[in-house]
Design a protein around this ligand. Structure first.
Ligand code: ARG
Length: 466
């Protein structure tokens, strides 16, 4: 006997979690209103610009345009004040707003969608949203850079060990280390600006994919919405999500930088390093170990990077292999971008706060700067400069000095002149001038080097560069 079960009831094999039949499943997989309601303001702005252009071009009457704009403004305030009821049956933000418009103003609402499709509409809304987010990110990076510049200025002379392989390499200044991050976040900011420049073209008017037979003016809508110009190919316009991918790439690189900083803060705030003390605002205690102060905010920033990278890879993978033009796959773009944006903002804000608040333990940094034979290169350089040795020979002689100091359990500067002369007879008393960390950093005046004088020049450069 054939199964005559009602098609709307839940499927016995796989429908357990659904209250009703396939229609409900379709609605659940299809609807984007749960997340694309974030685009309401952009959707309404886009519709007002579109309706205004339609009226200017005589495609709809000025009277209908007046009703449409008034209705849309009402909807804007309904949504802003939380009085709007979103419906999942209406799928997405575009149809939710249009349906409400028709309740508010009647048949004139049906004229708004002339010469437009949800394909160019969503491309517009999302571009406007990403553009605003990029502008916000740019300002947040400027604030982060300012925090680093202030710390760099304060600590232009503070010595600390510089590392390679996380092994003490050469003394540097903390100001110089801070300026390394200024360069990184400065590049991120430049990438943000480039992304804004790239996306600054208006998609509206591409319609479903082929353009429209109505005499629209895409330059007019582009101008009204603050875009430089309209996009130039209607097929590309509705199938392109490069602007979202560029946002995510920029975000992923920036998050990677934030994560390196986070890792340094985690290390620096351990009792073993003890280079910084985090403010209470950006750390937490342990529920069992009373002595602990954990760098949770830094750890979470480090972790956010994984999430943001994930969003980039997700959207690249969603877009890969999609035939032109629009496919519904592209609806999955928004959650990735929204999640990455929210978390990038949080991470930048947390780092800005942490950098401003943390106490720099200059005594600990100085003590560490001098340990680990960090001025060995200065001894080798001295032998080249003052005794005329080829660098390779100087390197060799210095290696003997380090081995001797290690054997004696002392620093290089604690070796006697006689001991050093036994290694190389050309060594004189004034070698001790270069073996201190202050002399070491002060000598590195090459462009972009760690000398306080050079660091101050770079700070001045960045202060003048917005
Ligand atoms: N909610 C859809 C999205 O986010 C809007 C575009 C729908 N277009 C379509 N042809 N079904 O992509």
């Amino acid at each position: 006997m054939a199964d005559t079960k009602d098609a709307t009831s839940s499927n016995q094999m796989w429908g357990g979690r659904f209250a009703s039949g396939p229609d409900a499943i379709m609605e659940e997989i299809n609807a984007s209103i749960g997340f694309d309601k974030k685009l309401f303001a952009q959707d309404i702005r886009g519709s007002i610009a579109h309706a205004t252009m339609l009226a200017e071009k005589g495609i709809i009457s000025h009277q209908d345009k007046g009703k449409i704009v008034e209705g849309l403004n009402t909807i804007m305030s309904e949504i802003e004040s939380g009085r709007f009821e979103f419906s999942r049956q209406l799928e997405d933000i575009h149809m939710n707003i249009e349906a409400r418009l028709s309740v508010l103003i009647g048949p004139a609402a049906g004229r708004l969608h002339t010469a437009r499709s949800r394909n160019d509409q969503v491309a517009l809304d999302f571009r406007l949203w990403v553009k605003e987010e990029l502008v916000k990110t740019e300002a947040m990076l400027t604030a982060l850079i300012a925090a680093f510049l202030d710390r760099a200025e304060e600590h232009a002379e503070t010595v600390m060990p510089g590392f390679t392989h996380l092994q003490t390499a050469q003394p540097v200044t903390f100001g110089h280390h801070c300026m390394a991050y200024v360069e990184m976040f400065g590049r991120d900011r430049a990438r943000v600006r480039h992304a804004i420049d790239h996306l600054d073209e208006s998609p509206i008017g591409a319609a479903a994919l082929a353009g429209t037979g109505f005499p629209i003016d895409r330059h007019m809508t582009a101008k009204a919405l603050g875009f430089r110009e309209p996009t130039r190919n209607s097929i590309d316009t509705v199938s392109d999500r490069d602007f979202a991918l560029e946002f995510l790439s920029v975000a992923a690189i920036c998050a990677m930088h934030l994560s390196r900083l986070a890792e340094e803060i985690v290390l620096w705030s351990t009792p073993q390093f003890g280079f910084v003390r985090l403010s209470d605002a950006f750390s937490t205690g342990s529920s069992i170990m009373p002595q602990k102060k954990n760098p949770d905010a830094a750890e979470l920033v480090r972790a956010k990077t994984g999430r943001i990278n994930g969003s980039l890879v997700a959207l690249l993978t969603i877009m890969k292999g999609l035939p032109l033009a629009y496919s519904k796959d592209m609806q999955e773009d928004k959650e990735q971008v929204f999640d990455a944006a929210e978390n990038l903002e949080l991470a930048i804000a947390a780092m800005t706060g942490m950098m401003r608040d943390m106490t720099i333990r200059t005594d600990r940094m100085r003590a560490a700067a001098g340990s680990g034979y960090s001025t060995a290169t200065d001894l080798a350089d001295w032998l080249v400069r003052e005794a005329g040795l080829p660098f390779r020979d100087a390197h060799h002689a210095t290696g003997h000095a380090v081995a001797l100091a290690e054997k004696k359990g002392c620093e290089l500067a604690e070796l006697s002149l006689e001991e050093l002369q036994a290694i190389n007879p050309a060594i004189t008393q004034n070698v001790f001038d270069v073996l201190t960390v202050d002399a070491s950093v002060a000598s590195r005046q090459s462009f972009g080097g760690t000398a306080p004088s050079e660091v101050r020049k770079q700070i001045a450069y960045w202060r003048n560069r917005n």
